[in-house]
Design a protein around this ligand. Structure first.
Ligand SMILES: [Zn+2]
Length: 205
């Protein structure tokens, strides 16, 4: 279900599905975990140049951290700040993991033709002329990866509870894509996939 008002767009993205929308510079993008412990694979493309896109590796390089705080930005592969983190009620997200895709479910869980963030994002971005990349490397909202001193990475249940959200400001015109991750085989989404909410508020003036 989606409703579009004159100045604000609010979309409830059902469990295991994706959504994309164009947002103008200055817009505030709020992503809410409606029920808690739901990961959102979030990608962003420069609306004028799809080769300039959100890049988790570059973001970690610039921030010198795998955590992002309010006031800091998410960067593109061209080292351009695309989104500024404005508010964050959780503070734990993931830059490490690429989008889940059917092959992942085959390799890790022996399941064929599983719904995936890769497919959700491709489908959502298609109307904006963004061709499927060989893989999506998202900013994984609410996803919790725990790294130990030996380099072991564990994906555990998110810290997010019902109503937790992140709010980011678009620093340029963007096409953003979101996928409510359909993995219920691991603690990634607390073994339970649920809907998410997207609210976009254009810059006031
Ligand atoms: Zn996923």
């Amino acid at each position: 279900m989606s409703t579009t008002e004159r100045h604000k767009e609010s979309v409830r993205i059902p469990a295991k599905t994706g959504h994309a929308v164009k947002v103008n510079k200055g817009s505030l993008i709020r992503v809410t975990d409606l029920e808690g412990q739901q990961v959102v694979d979030f990608v962003a493309y420069d609306a004028q140049n799809a080769n300039n896109r959100l890049d988790p590796g570059v973001t970690m390089d610039v921030l010198r951290s795998y955590r992002i705080k309010p006031g800091q930005s998410v960067y593109s592969n061209h080292y351009q700040p695309l989104l500024k983190m404005v508010r964050d009620t959780v503070g734990v997200h993931d830059f490490f993991n690429s989008a889940c895709r059917p092959e992942m479910y085959e390799v890790l869980y022996d399941k064929k033709d599983h719904a995936s963030c890769y497919h959700n994002l491709n489908q959502a971005l298609e109307p904006f002329g963004i061709l499927p990349p060989d893989q999506h490397y998202p900013f994984n909202l609410f996803m919790k990866s725990v790294v130990d001193d030996l380099g072991k990475i564990d994906v555990v249940a998110p810290d997010s509870r019902a109503g937790d959200y992140v709010e980011m400001e678009a620093l340029t015109d963007l096409v953003i894509g979101l996928s409510a991750c359909p993995c219920e085989e691991s603690s990634c989404n607390g073994y339970h996939c649920t809907a998410i909410q997207l609210d976009v508020e254009p810059m006031a003036n």
